[in-house]
Design a protein around this ligand. Sequence first.
Ligand code: PMP
Length: 348
Amino acid sequence: MNIDELVRPNIRAMKAYSSARDEFSGAAQVMLDANENSLGSAGPAQFNRYPDPQQRAVKQRLAGLKGVRPGQIFLGNGSDEAIDLLVRLTCRPGQDSILLLPPTYGMYEVAANLNDVAIERLPLTADFQLAAETGAAIVASDARLVFLCSPNNPTGNLLAPEAIEAVLRGFGGLVVVDEAYADFAAAPSWTTRLDEFPNLVVLQTFSKAWGLAGLRLGMAFASEDIIQYLNKIKPPYNISEATQQHALSALGAAPHFGQLRAALLAGRAGLAAELPALPIVEHVFPSDANFLLVRFRPDATAIYDYLLGRGIVVRNRTTQPGCAGCLRLTVGSPAENELLLRALREFA
Ligand code: PMP
């Protein structure tokens, strides 16, 4: 597959912005090329210099951790930035379309709407998988890109790997596998298959298992060709120096990451074991993420409002396709999980 053909012609033709730090990336005694403030910074920390536009140190570290080459990594201001850039990279406004499989993460639709890109919707099955006809419809579509969210938000399940593989083999556009929740899943990441599929893009994030949602750092993994195009169209300094420094120290704290992840998985198992015993719970959907989609009876929105009254905010997903009666419960700290369970037990 020729990736160039999936890129908008104006993006292929344009010249990328060349920043001061692109043109000179070494260290010099006197740095007077970027209109920075050589006197220092207002505030407690020194951020008077622009950050590395290519985030080389973070990518080097991440490449080792993820088993990919640094050139296969794009970093964004959250994976939301990568979602927007992928739509903009491939779809001509007013002409092209993307494929979505509802119920799924809401930002894909927003990115399409923002960029005047049409949306083709192919719903997931009642257990939130791709039906065989859906896989065939994706392959037959001339959309430029399909978002496959696995584990899926808001449903929590992994999409069957055979179904994803069939899409990767047959679809003519980019296949974006959004693995924001992959750190909680008992399945290998699709990053392990990057060299097999030139049209594969895998999204991950520091916002979930790493516990760094406030930092805004997301990752896209793909062939060097795709990553170069994303770099071409990103804002020059899209990852701040503060974020790069913090990410480097977080990446050095792998044992803490492992502990956070294990504690969340234990919390998820505890909730999944307790919730089905409650009379108001109709179904707890299996989860490979840090949340549980739960179908309540008789009235999920009344339960949502009741929880709010008890100071507990969950996500009301009752209006999402296939999610009637469902609330999405994020796995919290042990104390939060206990408060949630107690409140649900006391619902009358
Ligand atoms: N993808 C999915 C499936 C998500 O649920 C989220 C956040 N809720 C994101 C991407 C965006 O994450 P971030 O921008 O924080 O990296």
